[in-house]
Ligand binder design. Structure first.
Ligand SMILES: Nc1ncnc2c1ncn2[C@@H]1O[C@H](COP(=O)(O)OP(=O)(O)O)[C@@H](O)[C@H]1O
Ligand SMILES: O=C(CO)[C@H](O)[C@H](O)COP(=O)(O)O
Length: 564
């Protein structure tokens, strides 16, 4: 399935027909399920958008793989689409963001298999791959000081355990032959420019690099990856640049041909996708919306990027250590600020799983198709029908979900946790599916509340949420986040704000803006504010109490089963 849409930008007609000469930037966003590109102008207006799904393989449970060649080919398709019909000489810069997946290449930069089947096409261990459980346990047992900067506990989704897994499980076929391990955003900028410098964002957030102290030799030696120290980190990056910095001589002629762009245009050091979403939303001018954050520093804003997973990005002037929340990471998103990143590993993926796995899903699909609606739009209108006079959220008074079907990333940092549902009945009709969907959406919002409470207990002071990503297109998801956290939710003028973030990188690399902060202020804009229904607070406070009991009970069950 391929979607493409172009639309008018802020009162203009089509790109290129403006009276004023314009500068354009191309943003490319590689999410878990698809690659998207946008043509964006210097005001942050999206003039063209295209997307294309990408392949994923799950050869075994908890093993998730992708192909870097497949992803690059999709980047080329969508980029060519968004620049069709414009004068490409007006394109000033290109920025990439991507999921934090691990790309493995040999010494000649060719893909190497990360699987026992030996399929070299599948050379990416995806971020949500949980194959390295034993490795991450051993890494955490070292209690090395670098763990303080990942919330005290390293996640199995980070790169060090995956690298150790490759060394321990695929020594001859992968480890010994490998020449380059890239985070996916850095692979893309290398592919575009031939420059293998890594972004500070990926190395700091997923590889234990410190913006102030660099690599810590003792960590790599302690976990059994001393190989990297011996060759001065050449395989994982010994040249590091801030996101938005211009790379080498810009786009190479070969990549320019692939992407349909002029050779030599500026290409930026990239960002992880959640961080690009953060740049796309967090700096917007909120004057005139009556929001508390208008009179508060930018540190009162929490960007929540909700796609396959949700990432909760909070910034601070001084480092804040939040148990179970990644960071503090210096300058990994907004330069000069510390970043804490909370997260839920599966959110969009969980909603899809619950809906698609239900017995009434074929009926839902047929009815939604008949109305030319997405299944989510259909479910939302179905909930509106069955709620009668009550607020929709009250339909789940006796149905509760714990959402950690893929472990808990934050703030419990426990990959052994599982999903829970309580309140099931014998019915399996469409009403039942709609209410289960609602309870799942609510559970994800309660997870966000738990993360915010952990961040506030450690010193953050958050008043406003800025949502983006695929799930922010779902009005029920947005309203539940407002109601359950009690905070207003700001949605950007551009729905595809992650792409605005990627374009901000391209704009910075082009030199058109003096700083990331300046580009953020000019290019991110408020579209809509969704206020919490404070009258429902008591109900959600009670449901939150149940939510917390669920995990308490899950731990008790595990303890009972472990006992003699
Ligand atoms: N129009 C929509 N309405 C409701 N939910 C949506 C819509 N579009 C996407 N989603 C949800 O968003 C998730 C994907 O978000 P997306 O940002 O595209 O993910 P990723 O960046 O991880 O590829 C899906 O799992 C789906 O649940
Ligand atoms: O770890 C992350 C960011 O640090 C993200 O969860 C990961 O990159 C996947 O993102 P998405 O859900 O948008 O596909």
């Amino acid at each position: 399935m391929m979607g493409e849409q172009t639309r008018e930008g802020g009162g203009t007609t089509m790109p290129g027909r403006d009276q004023e000469p314009r500068s354009y930037y191309v943003g490319v966003d590689v999410g878990t399920g698809s690659v998207r590109a946008a043509l964006v102008d210097q005001r942050g207006i999206l003039l063209a958008f295209a997307d294309q799904p990408i392949n994923q393989w799950e050869p075994q449970f908890n093993h998730h793989e992708q192909s870097s060649e497949d992803i690059w080919a999709a980047c080329c398709v969508v980029t060519k689409q968004v620049v069709q019909g414009i004068d490409v000489n007006q394109i000033r810069g290109l920025g990439f963001d991507a999921t934090c997946s691990l790309v493995v290449l040999d010494k000649q930069f060719r893909p190497l298999p990360v699987n026992h089947e030996g399929d070299p096409h599948r050379n990416i261990i995806m971020w949500l791959d949980h194959r390295a459980v034993s490795q991450v346990h051993r890494i955490n047992e070292t209690k090395h000081s670098v763990l303080q900067c990942v919330g005290g506990v390293m996640s199995v989704e980070m790169q060090a355990p995956k690298l150790l897994w490759l060394k321990e499980n695929m020594r001859e076929t992968c480890w010994d032959k490998a020449g380059h391990f890239f985070d996916l955003p850095d692979f893309l900028s290398w592919k575009a420019t031939g420059v293998s410098a890594r972004s500070l964002c990926s190395l700091v957030c997923k590889w234990t690099y410190s913006a102030e102290k660099g690599w810590d030799d003792s960590f790599w030696k302690m976990i059994g990856l001393e190989d990297f120290v011996a060759d001065n980190y050449s395989k994982i990056g010994n040249q590091v640049l801030p996101p938005g910095a211009s790379l080498g001589h810009g786009l190479t002629p070969e990549a320019a041909k692939d992407l349909g762009l002029p050779a030599g245009i500026a290409v930026a050091a990239s960002l992880i996708d959640a961080h690009a979403g953060g740049l796309g939303v967090i700096g917007a001018d909120v004057r005139g919306y009556g929001l508390a954050c208008e009179g508060q520093p930018v540190t009162s804003r929490l960007a929540v990027i909700c796609g396959t997973s949700s990432c909760h990005m909070g910034i601070s002037k001084d480092p804040i250590f939040v148990p179970g929340v990644w960071g503090p990471y210096f300058s990994a998103m907004v330069p000069g600020f510390w970043l804490n990143e909370g997260g839920q590993s599966v959110t969009g993926k969980l909603i899809d799983h619950m809906v698609q796995g239900h017995a009434a899903f074929p009926e839902l699909q047929a009815k939604a198709t008949a109305r030319c609606q997405s299944v989510y739009a259909y479910l939302n209108s179905h909930l509106d029908l069955i709620k009668k006079a009550r607020p929709v959220g009250f339909l789940t008074v006796d149905l509760h979900v714990w959402p950690d079907f893929h472990g808990n990333r934050s703030p419990l940092a426990d990959l052994t946790l599982k999903g829970m549902v309580t309140g099931l009945k014998l019915s399996q009709d469409l009403d039942d599916l709609a209410i289960l969907y609602l309870a799942t959406v609510q559970a994800i919002a309660f997870g966000t509340r738990l993360i915010i409470e952990a961040m506030e207990a450690a010193g953050h002071s958050i008043s406003t949420l800025f949502l983006c990503g695929g799930l922010s297109k779902n009005p029920l998801f947005v309203q539940m986040h407002a109601d359950i956290t009690g905070m207003p939710v700001v949605l950007s003028q551009e729905v595809e704000s992650v792409l605005v973030g990627a374009a901000i990188l391209g704009a910075c690399a082009s030199g058109d803006f003096a700083s990331v902060q300046e580009a953020m202020a000019r290019m991110s804009k408020v579209g809509k504010v969704v206020l919490p229904r404070l009258e429902d607070k008591r109900y959600y406070d009670k449901k939150y109490q149940v939510f917390l009991k669920l995990v308490e009970h899950q731990k008790e069950y595990a303890a009972i089963m472990k006992g003699d």
